[in-house]
Design a protein around this ligand. Sequence first.
Ligand code: 5GP
Ligand code: ZN
Length: 113
Amino acid sequence: MDCLFCKIAAGEIPSAKVYEDEKVYAFRDIEPQAPVHILIIPKVHIKSANEINDENCAIVGHIFSVAAKIAAQEGIAEDGYRIVNNCGEGGGQTVGHLHFHMLGGRALAWPPG
Ligand code: 5GP
Ligand code: ZN
């Protein structure tokens, strides 16, 4: 499958890895929007949040448990951070493999643009 994030998770395209286990891969965004900007992805190809269902939704809980560990590792747990999923073109999704942005290390405005 010609998917950028599947290739990154498989190590076929280099990335700045932050965390990896058998189900999840996390790496630094190439265009960081905050001092900490990490992408957390399932290794299995799921196109977007629209494709989360009763069969595959356990990965989302696992991603959030990994996110808490990463936040502690990155030193942003106490000050706080944001986890964002952009779904579809209107939601700002540009890579068609489910991913969660973790943004922290600065004060974040709300609502996002
Ligand atoms: P989206 O817009 O789909 O929610 O987020 C995609 C993110 O992937 C963007 O923040 C973009 O900077 C990041 N990105 C795109 N290509 C690459 C890449 O090759 N390597 C890394 N590390 N990040 C990428
Ligand atoms: Zn993929």
